[in-house]
Design a protein. Structure first.
Length: 256
């Protein structure tokens, strides 16, 4: 592959990903892209004032503001992606890269798919200082293909990241009682995780501009999954008026 660093210990990564002590299978990989490619990818992000960015704050939840995603921006349509961002994401949705993921995860049912060319859940993201993404489980079913979403990849492009910048991806137990891990958004790191009904994760605090990218992968196995949107859940002590109803509204959106 042109951009992905293939100098990895795949057996070690596979063992770490499949660690049975984790609440669900996940893994962080550092030095993911070749250094020059990572620098060019980060530099390709448009300024936040660019009209191509979709503002998650603008999502209407039955006439109420979206309390689950604040200060988040995304570009997901191929025609809007900067050229170099597009080139990277195309490689990450190629058959060669799916084979790379199979070696790491052991998920032999993973498939590449060409809906919207780069997939349904792919693109670049930014979050502003003071922003956040609530804890949630990702969409489980492709809304157009009727196929299970199996794996999510999130990459971080935050050069010179410091702990006080926050922006860690939190990993929670199935019962939402314990945060068991915080994945730091270190430059040129990726976080890959298996999508389950309770693979709870999110980014509750961001103190500096946070750049990321994402891609997703489907399974060729039959499924009974029905949810095509994320489901947001409360952390202990979290109190948002009308949370349960708003979470249902968010999960039933059709802005695919």
């Amino acid at each position: 592959m042109k951009y992905v660093n293939m100098n990895q210990d795949f057996d070690k990564l596979n063992a770490e990903y499949n660690d049975p002590k984790k609440p669900y299978r996940y893994l962080a990989i550092d030095n993911f892209l070749n250094e020059d490619a990572c620098d060019m990818f980060s530099a390709s992000f448009p300024d936040v004032s660019d009209s191509r960015w979709f503002k998650f704050d603008d999502r209407d939840l039955g006439g109420k503001k979206n309390p689950f995603e604040k200060g988040m921006y995304g570009i997901a349509y191929v025609e809007d992606l900067p050229e170099f961002s597009y080139n990277i994401i195309k490689e990450l949705t190629s058959d060669l890269f799916v084979d790379y993921l199979k070696r790491i995860t052991g998920h032999d049912d993973l498939i590449n798919y060409t809906h919207r060319e780069i997939g349904q859940w792919a693109g670049i993201r930014m979050t502003s200082p003071g922003g956040y993404q609530g804890i949630h489980s990702d969409a489980r079913l492709h809304p157009f293909l009727g196929i299970e979403k199996k794996l999510t990849l999130v990459g971080y492009l935050n050069k010179d990241w410091k702990p006080e910048d926050s922006g860690e991806t939190e990993v929670w137990t199935d019962d939402m009682k314990t945060c068991v891990d915080k994945v730091e958004p270190i430059y040129n790191r990726i976080f890959i995780f298996e999508n389950t009904a309770k693979s709870y994760h999110g980014v509750p605090e961001v103190n500096n501009w946070r750049k990321s990218f994402l891609t997703s992968y489907l399974s060729n196995e039959p499924t009974t999954e029905t949810r095509p949107k994320a489901e947001f859940v409360k952390r202990p002590g979290e109190n948002v008026e009308g949370w349960d109803e708003l979470s249902k509204t968010r999960a039933n959106l059709t802005d695919y």
